[in-house]
Design a protein around this ligand. Sequence first.
Ligand SMILES: [Zn+2]
Length: 148
Amino acid sequence: MARESPAQFDPKVDYYSVLHVPPTASSSDIKRSYRDLLLRLHPDRNESESAADECTGIVNAYRVLIDEDLRKRWEAERKAAKEEESNVWKTLRWTDLCIGHGGVRSAECRCGGQFALEEDELKDLGAEEEAILVDCDTCSLSIEVRTK
Ligand SMILES: [Zn+2]
């Protein structure tokens, strides 16, 4: 059969956040988190109706992330899907941005406009999120700013 097998993963789903692991997680990190999560959701301990659904999601995420080949393909498709949808021009580390007035960080767009990241957004970036999309003030492009 020359046909590709049916989709084994969904590029729209962030399996890392499902398993509560960072994108840099090793397979032992993934295994540990998977076991912890399943234990917590085990019907003996958790009777909520959403627990069963959550379990299915976790098992799916584990299946993709623990398989090196699947994980790579999912990551590649996810990256492509994200870029397409958000018009990301490039990815920068937040330390690559220029520091401006009042702690605002900025970068110049290829159109001559600015990407400006306010201090508040920067706090969120450090505390919760690993990456944030910043829109150009002039055109429709965005940059992705990462903490790592
Ligand atoms: Zn622009």
